[in-house]
Design a protein around this ligand. Structure first.
Ligand code: CMX
Ligand code: CO
Length: 144
């Protein structure tokens, strides 16, 4: 079941300056930085709040590291701004993807890929989601 807004993905030109904007303007300071080579981004997950399913909601600030990345292509058309939304599941992304694909929505990857902080992710095509690039997220299992 999809139980939370896991994150909102926001494309930016200068990650450090954008993180500083969110800190100085809103006081969001719980920041986790990483590079996702496969997705072609440097990113910062800014935690906004914990959620009832034991996970959390974030802003995902993303700066392209390659001109041929999905985010760089999108920014060439749109500039900075909201790029995607991500719903979190309390189950697996693989199961969510099967269920959603069965409703006629295109799932972009055959199998889940690596997302932020050890999560597993997949995407739904924006043209099948009323113009919204939609991501599915399964948070990293808690260490045993
Ligand atoms: N939101 C809404 N619509 C979008 C979009 C977005 N982010 N990106 C592309 N589109 C639209 C385009 O406007 C275009 O519409 P028109 O045909 O009406 O012009 C259509 O989708 C196809 O666009 P395109 O430029 O030909 O598409 P791309 O080849 O760039 O591929 C997509 C689009 C969704 C398949 C690609 O962006 C993708 O694979 N995304 C998933 C991966 C990703 O976004 N990674 C970055 C985030 C990583 C993370 O969250 O961790
Ligand atoms: Co994302």
């Amino acid at each position: 079941m999809l139980t939370r807004i896991d994150h909102i993905g926001i494309a930016c030109h200068d990650l450090d300056a954008t993180v500083e904007f969110y800190r100085a303007t809103y006081g969001f300071t719980h920041a986790h930085f990483e590079v996702n080579e496969e997705q072609g981004v440097r990113e910062c997950m800014l935690k906004i709040n914990d959620t009832g399913d034991g996970a959390a909601s974030y802003l995902q600030l993303i700066e392209p590291i390659r001109d041929d990345s999905a985010v760089a292509r999108w920014m060439a058309q749109n500039g900075e701004g909201v790029h995607h939304i991500a719903f979190g599941t309390d189950g697996t992304v693989a199961d969510e993807a099967v269920g959603i694909a069965g409703k006629g929505v295109r799932v972009l990857y055959d199998a889940p890929r690596n997302g932020s902080m050890g999560s597993l992710i997949n995407f739904l095509h924006p043209k099948d989601c009323h113009g919204v690039l939609t991501e599915l997220v399964q948070k990293r299992p808690d260490p045993a």
